[in-house]
Design a binder for this molecule. Structure first.
Ligand code: NAD
Ligand code: LMR
Length: 334
């Protein structure tokens, strides 16, 4: 019996993500929460013939806590998306407040749940969640994830395209570490499997590829021209990452190595990361192994080349202030 809740379930990401979770056979109860239209989306999804029983909740009558009650996993794409000309950080003031409110409800209704944060700016909203959970005495760093999986999905797609094997995108695995905004997104092309020697030896091709992975989000924001940011690709990436967590926790399958933006105290391996990045950051997107209790291991970054070391320094520089901003956020009094 696995209960999943989506917060922001009626939104551009929330609806297709909820659909994909409804199709996941591991989920037996799917709870949808939003400030608008959650009941309608739930009614629609509830007609699909899969095991998950669906219910929708609005804020009235303590709806958030009712939706979240007893959840095993909570996926959060709640909040405003970017428009052209905006950075993810421009979303902070609105989205940090939404995240803090949801974190309070999670602390009361399902303190042991796996929490997957999609709301931007991820580099700062994950610290917002952590601080609220700490204050409530229920913070478990092994169970809090900033979802950076769209960057990994993009890296596979864009690398395969440059190699001339676009149809094989899913066969390319490229770790993407750091954070989820511009220069903090650090694709490790030297660790690509299969290897991509022809790209690594061509500086302009390599630079263009790194840039496309770092600014893939902007590509979609520009193309949507004011109508929001990535929703469908994010829904797919979010559902895929949720599946890794669910399989490890409830499906008896320990995960392959995946990346997520996590608190480095989640495992002793976090100290090794601090040495590798040469900075005492509390959060970083790293290689992790998942198990029944969430993060089982934080794995080292491993070998990277000079170009990646330069990108790493830039990522670390930008991440520090974003983490501080999230950690110091004070939710307005209710
Ligand atoms: P959207 O506006 O289409 O949907 C957001 C939903 O959140 C809306 O339905 C809205 O009603 C709901 N919402 C607002 N306040 C809420 C609250 N207090 N409680 C519950 N629900 C609330 O936006 P979207 O395109 O779905 O994007 C959502 C967020 O995800 C944005 O912040 C966006 O930047 C982010 N995002 C992250 C990634 C990533 O890789 N992590 C990728 C794409 C988008
Ligand atoms: C993305 O990478 O697509 C998301 O973070 C949304 C955005 O604002 O770019």
């Amino acid at each position: 019996m696995v209960k999943a809740t989506v917060c922001g379930a009626a939104g551009g990401i929330g609806q297709p993500l909820s659909l994909l979770l409804k199709l996941n056979p591991l989920i037996t109860e799917l709870s949808l929460y939003d400030v608008v239209n959650a009941v309608g989306v739930a009614a629609d999804l509830s007609h699909i013939a899969t095991p998950a029983q669906v219910a929708g909740f609005l804020p009235a009558d303590n709806g958030a806590e009712k939706a979240l009650q007893g959840s095993d996993i909570v996926v959060i794409p709640a909040g405003v998306p970017r428009k052209p000309g905006m950075t993810r950080d421009d979303l902070f003031n609105v989205n940090a407040g939404i995240c803090a409110t949801l974190a309070e409800a999670i602390a009361k209704a399902c303190p042991k749940a796996f929490i997957l944060v999609i709301s931007n700016p991820v580099n700062s909203t994950v610290p917002v969640f952590a601080e609220v959970l700490k204050k409530a005495g229920v913070f478990d760093p092994k169970k809090l994830f900033g979802v950076t999986h769209l960057d990994i999905v993009r890296a596979s797609t864009f690398v395969a395209t440059v190699v001339g094997k676009a149809e094989d995108a899913s066969k390319y695995s490229i770790p993407v570490i750091g954070g989820h905004a511009g220069a903090t997104i650090l694709p490790l092309l030297t660790q690509s499997e299969p290897k991509i020697v022809s790209i690594l030896s061509d500086k302009s091709k390599r630079d263009a590829l790194v840039n496309r992975i770092q600014f893939g989000g902007d590509e979609v924001v520009k193309a949507k021209d004011g109508a929001g940011s990535a929703t469908l690709s994010m829904a797919q990436a979010g559902a895929e990452f949720a599946e890794y967590v669910l399989q490890a926790a409830f499906g008896g399958k320990s995960s392959k190595t995946v990346q997520a933006y996590v608190h480095l105290s989640a495992d002793a391996g976090g100290e090794q990361i601090k040495k590798e990045i040469g900075a005492d950051l509390d959060y970083f997107s790293v290689n992790i192994k998942l198990g029944a209790g969430g993060i089982e291991k934080i794995l080292p970054i491993g070998e990277i080349d000079e170009q990646e070391k330069t990108l790493l320094a830039a990522a670390v520089k930008e991440l520090g202030p974003s983490i501080d901003k999230g950690s110091k956020f004070q939710p307005p009094p209710p």
